[in-house]
Write a protein that binds this ligand. Structure first.
Ligand SMILES: Cc1cc2nc3c(=O)[nH]c(=O)nc-3n(C[C@H](O)[C@H](O)[C@H](O)COP(=O)(O)OP(=O)(O)OC[C@H]3O[C@@H](n4cnc5c(N)ncnc54)[C@H](O)[C@@H]3O)c2cc1C
Length: 398
């Protein structure tokens, strides 16, 4: 049995759903099917994200993607309201604070020049100002801090659900089946084949399968440098809570991060994820096991050095999730796949996909509908950059 659509999206997470919504909202009239293997999004990256948004990047494309997305998130509640129901996404714009030593601060200040030139509200702080802001922090080893005033956190699962609801309302069909293979005739896309053996045909196929996108692309013999990279998040109760809501704090010296989540603290480390085996070979797994001993042995001691508040705490819970990790230059891959008509990719965001999804979905929708970008030029994110050696060397990827 075969079915025909004008456009098929493999994967139904935030990237796919932002794309599907934007296509429809901006006037695409063709039929769209989204295939999602995990109906409850149990293992999808989007609901497992921190939901952090920030402007603190070192390359213009990333800053612009986040700037536009933050603007869209600021208006989300009104713009995405449905049937009189506000699209509540709990955007806590409590800021993003970076703590740094001399070398780290020099790099952050250099990036801040570009961020300022693009209109971002980023402040430089002395160690004394950091201390005044959060008095419980130890600041002796700091050269200073950088504060992204408009950064913050959003509930990622709610955003995803709103995009899905709108896309469905606008006529996008969600089919909860696993795509086994992407089909081509060698020159152009022809559709997808499901695990059941059923085929769905379309001249346009978008790979938005997140951490699974690299493997899925291989089924058509087309390489995308994206693999799953496990990240862990811990939720702790402090014996004596901080006196104030703690913004997202990234301690670049100790490579840890933490922030308030209601009365609790969410925390982790940028360390602890490894993509290469002892022989230096790429080695990855779809692993969702939460390693509590990593928190106890590697994260907790560093937190306690940054604040005595962390000395007495209880690890309540946590989770592991996957970055859709672009192992070459750690940034999104957006656009048409060269040499195969109708194949598009929207993946590889490597830990900053949630905050870029509104703008990335809008951008790819323009490229598919119009053959060019209108709102933001996302050409630098094309997959062709790898062959041309025009890598996006972002210094602020964690
Ligand atoms: C612990 C953690 C913290 C993070 N924190 C942040 C943060 O603070 N800020 C930020 O911007 N980003 C963050 N991220 C990254 C962010 O979550 C991702 O970049 C983003 O969610 C990617 O969206 P996606 O739609 O590509 O992936 P997903 O949400 O994983 O969606 C892809 C979907 O494709 C489906 N799929 C895969 N293969 C198939 C197939 N063969 N057939 C059918 N369906 C398929 C999957 O089930 C999945 O639902 C974090 C990620 C993790 C893991």
């Amino acid at each position: 049995m075969t079915k025909k659509y004008d456009l098929i999206i493999a994967g139904g997470g935030i990237m796919a759903s932002s794309l599907a919504y934007n296509l429809r909202r901006d006037g695409y009239t063709g039929s769209i099917a989204v295939f999602e293997k995990d109906r409850m999004y149990e293992f999808s990256s989007t609901p497992r994200s921190y939901g952090g948004v920030r402007h603190t990047f070192s390359i213009e494309g990333n800053i612009r993607l986040s700037q536009l997305s933050v603007k869209l998130y600021e208006r989300f509640e009104q713009d995405m309201a449905m049937d009189g129901e506000a699209a509540v996404i709990d955007f806590n714009q409590h800021g993003y604070l970076y703590l740094a030593d001399q070398d780290g601060l020099a790099m952050l200040k250099e990036n801040m020049k570009l961020q300022h030139s693009l209109g971002c509200e980023i402040q430089l702080m002395t160690p004394e100002e950091v201390k005044a802001f959060v008095p419980e922090l130890v600041v002796d080893d700091l050269a200073g801090g950088i504060f992204d005033v408009k950064g913050g956190n959003i509930d990622p699962n709610t955003v995803l659900q709103w995009y899905v609801r709108h896309a469905k309302r606008l006529g996008v069909e969600y089919i909860y089946e696993k795509v086994q293979a992407i089909l081509t005739d060698g020159q152009a896309m022809t559709g997808v084949k499901l695990e059941s053996g059923e085929e769905y045909h379309a001249p346009i196929v978008v790979n938005a399968a997140g951490a699974w996108s690299g493997e899925l692309s291989k089924t058509a013999g087309l390489d995308i440098p994206v693999v799953p990279l496990k990240k862990q998040v811990y939720c702790v109760d402090l014996a004596e809570p901080f006196d104030r809501d703690i913004p997202f704090v990234f301690d670049t010296i100790k490579a840890t991060y933490f922030q308030s989540e209601g009365q609790k603290i969410i925390t982790s480390s940028r360390e602890g994820s490894n993509l290469f085996d002892r022989d230096g070979q790429l080695s990855y797994h779809y692993n969702f096991h939460l390693d509590k001993s990593f928190f106890t042995n590697e994260v907790w001691p560093l937190l306690a050095e940054r604040s005595p508040k962390f000395e007495r705490l209880k690890l309540e819970q946590g989770w592991a999730g996957l970055y859709e990790y672009n192992y070459i230059d750690h940034n999104g891959i957006i656009g048409a796949y060269p040499g195969v008509k109708g194949y598009y990719v929207l993946t590889g965001f490597s830990g900053h996909g949630f905050q870029q999804a509104p703008a990335a979905g809008k951008g790819l929708s323009e490229l598919i509908r119009l053959g060019r970008y209108e709102t933001l030029d996302l050409t630098p994110f094309s997959i062709e950059r790898f062959a041309k050696n025009e890598l996006l060397l972002e210094k602020e990827v964690y």
